[in-house]
Design a protein around this ligand. Structure first.
Ligand SMILES: Cc1cc2nc3c(=O)[nH]c(=O)nc-3n(C[C@H](O)[C@H](O)[C@H](O)COP(=O)(O)OP(=O)(O)OC[C@H]3O[C@@H](n4cnc5c(N)ncnc54)[C@H](O)[C@@H]3O)c2cc1C
Length: 436
């Protein structure tokens, strides 16, 4: 780790202090299973749970420790965010699908809350509400109009918060008001994953960690799944590899772009500072392309802040400094704060930025969560399982065509720095306009 005083003390996720991902005791591979699942993050486990409880034999494979992908590294904000605005969803998919997607967000957030509650998952979940800050009064007006529409049409508990009242939610003058949505909260992602793993194993699913799947071939009505530990015959295959998709799943790899997302954690802050900066402990985000999301740690003693990381190799200091600068822009008094942790993980973006449940070559894919998988991955994973069971509950507004392949792309996102730079320029332009 860097000796630079602006760097963080640790390069591992803050969450791993309380719940580090760990290897499971080795078990022999079965010769045959009903369902093979590739990836044991939130999506893979959520599917495995439903299938095992329905009496299917399930083997989930993960190349790393279970949860070591994005599922134990994220901000734990249960945003259920859909990246494109409602207007662009309508333009691309038509009114019916666009509203069905927004409506599914409401149901999916409730599904997560119910899952945590009914299963008694100890993961520090709190339904706090979430404030999203606007830059400039034009952006505020547009956000207020969308909030009103979503409230009226879908009964979502969301309202505009004018500039004069924003200090009730965030001790910052950066924004010109924002929106407050009450069906969003925060959880401890690594604890949530560990608890999901506990109930999935108890339901009878087998999880084979450090067992990369290297090839999947169709053999008549079944699939031959080749892994580093041997071969398994599966009746059905579900792929849940999201931002960690590799060349074993070349079809998916051409459609998903892994993008690094980074988080920093401050050292513990005095209680009076936390009370001033985050008075109600709500989850926080901003309405800009390269914006930040942030929140108090579950114990309320630190600030955790995340955003895009345009690095692609190693663990350079620059992305941490970008997040530090973002933190100081929001809260100038934290300019010289000490950071305890700075870590990154991969999210999966694709061309239309809408999560997906789709079929290709007889296999099912639950993936493409575009940085908002705390709600979407458990939800789409469980819908995928119901679909494999042939049940009505397998229906979803996300179950349509596969994401489009990206031209000239085979898994190395060479174009990413230019794309992220473009977003930064768009933000700078919008900020300049907002200040006029
Ligand atoms: C820093 C960061 C912050 C984030 N913050 C938020 C947030 O606050 N709110 C939110 O909603 N979302 C957030 N996200 C996104 C969220 O974490 C993900 O969308 C979600 O965890 C995806 O879950 P998953 O199960 O689809 O994939 P993952 O958890 O990434 O799991 C995929 C798994 O597939 C395995 N795999 C890949 N290829 C193979 C193979 N060939 N064989 C076997 N295994 C394989 C990998 O090892 C990996 O474990 C964040 C992500 C990051 C990285």
């Amino acid at each position: 780790m860097s000796q630079d005083p602006r760097a963080a003390r640790s390069a591992t996720p803050y969450w791993w202090e309380a719940a580090p991902p760990a290897s499971l005791p080795r078990s022999p591979l079965p010769a045959k299973v009903d369902v093979a699942i590739v990836g044991a993050g939130f999506a893979g486990l959520s599917a495995a749970l439903v299938l095992a409880r329905a009496g299917r034999s399930v083997a989930a494979f993960d190349a790393m420790n279970p949860g070591e992908g994005a599922s134990s590294r994220n901000g734990g904000i249960t945003s259920g965010n859909i990246r494109p605005s409602l207007d662009s969803l309508i333009k691309r998919f038509g009114k019916e699908t666009a509203y069905a997607i927004e409506a599914e967000g409401k149901v999916a957030r409730k599904f997560l809350r119910d899952l945590i509650q009914t299963e008694g998952l100890a993961c520090d979940y709190k339904l706090t509400g979430a404030f999203s800050g606007a830059f400039g009064f034009d952006q505020y007006d547009a956000a207020a109009r969308t909030a009103e529409g979503l409230g009226k049409r879908l009964g979502i508990d969301i309202c505009a918060v004018p500039h004069a009242e924003q200090h009730s939610y965030v001790g910052s003058d950066l924004y010109r008001g924002g929106t407050l949505r009450m069906d969003i909260g925060g959880l401890h992602p690594a604890k949530f994953h560990a608890e999901l793993l506990r109930i999935t194993l108890a339901a009878g699913a087998a999880v084979h960690d450090h067992t990369p799947v290297t090839a999947i071939q169709r053999e008549g009505e079944t699939f031959r799944v080749t892994t580093a530990a041997g071969t398994v015959q599966a009746r059905q295959v579900l792929v849940c590899t999201n931002g960690y998709t590799d060349k074993a799943l070349a079809y998916l790899q051409r459609r998903l772009v892994p993008v690094r997302s980074r988080m920093i954690a401050t050292e513990e802050l005095p209680p009076e500072v936390m009370a001033r900066l985050m008075p109600k402990g709500v989850m926080l985000s901003e309405k800009r392309q390269m914006g930040f999301y942030y929140r108090p740690s579950p114990d309320g003693r630190r600030i955790l802040l995340g955003g895009r990381d345009s690095s692609r190799q190693g663990d350079p200091l620059k992305p941490t400094l970008r997040l530090r600068a973002g933190l100081a822009e929001i809260f100038p008094e934290l300019e010289n704060v000490k950071l305890s942790h700075s870590w990154f993980g991969n999210v999966a973006m694709h061309r239309d930025m809408v999560p997906r449940l789709f079929e290709h070559d007889g296999m099912l894919f639950a993936t493409g969560f575009c940085g908002s998988g705390v709600v979407w991955a458990p939800w789409v994973g469980s819908r995928a399982a119901h679909r494999l069971l042939g049940a009505e509950a397998g229906k979803s507004a996300f179950a349509f065509r596969p994401p489009a392949a990206i031209p000239l792309y085979r898994g190395d996102p060479w174009f990413l720095p230019a794309v992220l730079k473009g977003f930064t320029l768009q933000d700078q332009f919008a900020m300049r306009r907002a200040r006029r």
